[in-house]
Design a protein around this ligand. Structure first.
Ligand SMILES: [Zn+2]
Length: 107
């Protein structure tokens, strides 16, 4: 993930250590929502004879794939939620300070 928006310069981390913990939380909630949603729909659709083996393997695979697939979306959602609650200030638009790379010159 880029450290800042290439267009406006907004720092995505907003200068705080552990900032993305909220994005991990949203990712966890989204993956659990996929699990509960798929399980509920399949149970409702196939009751009284649900395909338990297919549910176990399908939802198991979905719980491996869903957090990876939803990871970028959860970052975007968390950043949007944080920008709603805490509007950006001028400090959020500073370019990240990267140390200059040491270059050895041979003359
Ligand atoms: Zn931007």
């Amino acid at each position: 993930m880029a450290p800042a928006c290439p267009s406006c310069g907004l720092q995505f981390g907003r200068g705080e250590p552990g900032y993305w913990l909220g994005a991990y939380f949203i990712n966890l909630i989204a993956a659990e929502a996929v699990f509960v949603g798929v399980l509920g729909v399949v149970l409702w659709w196939t009751w009284p004879d649900p395909p338990w083996t297919a549910l176990v393997w399908g939802l198991g695979a979905a719980m491996v794939v869903a957090p990876v697939a939803l990871y970028p979306l959860s970052h975007t959602l968390f950043l949007a939620f944080d920008l709603l609650c805490r509007p950006p200030t001028s400090e959020d638009f500073d370019a990240p300070h990267e140390p200059a790379r040491a270059v050895r010159r041979y003359s």
